[in-house]
Design a protein around this ligand. Structure first.
Ligand code: DXP
Ligand SMILES: NCC(=O)COP(=O)(O)O
Length: 250
């Protein structure tokens, strides 16, 4: 099974929010991405709604339900009560829990599975009891014990935080070292029976080596780099380029 591509529309929302106007439209660009073969849409709402607004969620939920019933909605965020209630209202196929502080500009680390063990068990159980798949944002540092603890929360997947890997676009030797650690973390997850997603700062240039090292990578969620490419190539062609970089035949 080749790695699937979930298109994160956060960056499009950020562009829209520059004005009090409804464009660029998340619904229209989400539709183009799904028509071009993306497997789903990802949003990462934050409490200040600086990009995704809570009101965007029903619109994207309806787009998937009405026009792309095979696609998945993935909602990412810190498991506050408000976030959990938002997930319960929206019923995404997947929730990705991320240990973000509201003041963070973007996600920059995975969970501390030792410190957050009990909280995660509670939250994962709550979401899974409502039928949602749960993935936990994890550092790809080769910490096998952390992966074992992630599994013991009851989660289905981990999402490897690939920011440091993406940041090595101009340093291939360091990129290769980081990639090997990501690969070791994924190997440990597979050994525990966890599936593995990945995301943050992935691009057409750095995806092929990632999926080569982790051939069983289930899904990548990509926003920033994909939106940048969409400005250059258009959304549909960009999705096809990223799908090819994931190893999909199209
Ligand atoms: C968890 C993760 O890496 C992404 O959700 C990232 O946080 C995207 O959010 P922004 O587009 O707000 O940076
Ligand atoms: N989970 C990662 C994600 O959704 C997108 O991250 P980025 O491509 O915007 O860095």
């Amino acid at each position: 099974m080749p790695t699937t591509l979930s298109v994160n529309v956060n960056a499009i929302a950020m562009l829209r929010n520059r004005r009090d106007l409804p464009w660029p439209s998340l619904e229209n660009l989400g539709r183009i991405a799904l028509q071009a073969g993306a497997s789903g849409l990802t949003v990462h709402p934050r409490p200040d709604q600086r990009h995704i607004r809570f009101s965007d969620l029903p619109v994207l939920r309806a787009l998937i339900d009405d026009e792309f019933p095979q696609a998945e909605f993935n909602i990412e965020g810190y498991p506050s009560e408000d976030f959990l209630a938002l997930c319960e209202r929206t019923e995404p196929e997947q929730v990705t829990l991320v240990p973000d502080d509201p003041s963070q500009a973007t996600s920059d680390h995975g969970f501390d599975f030792r410190a957050d063990q009990e909280m995660l068990k509670r939250v994962v159980g709550r979401l899974k009891s409502k039928g949602m798949r749960v993935s936990l944002f994890a550092d790809g540092d080769g910490d096998v014990e952390a992966v074992r603890l992630a599994k013991s929360t009851g989660a289905d997947r981990i999402e490897l935080y690939t920011g440091p890997y993406g940041g090595c676009y101009d340093d291939p030797a360091l990129g290769a070292t980081i990639l090997e650690k990501l690969g070791q973390t994924a190997d440990a997850a597979f050994a525990e029976g966890l599936d593995v997603n990945a995301g943050h700062d992935l691009t057409v240039a750095n995806l092929p080596a990632l999926v080569k090292r982790i051939p069983k990578l289930a899904e990548v969620s990509i926003g920033h780099g994909l939106t940048a490419d969409a400005l250059e190539y258009g959304m549909a062609e960009t999705v096809r380029r990223f799908r090819r970089a994931c190893g999909q035949t199209i």
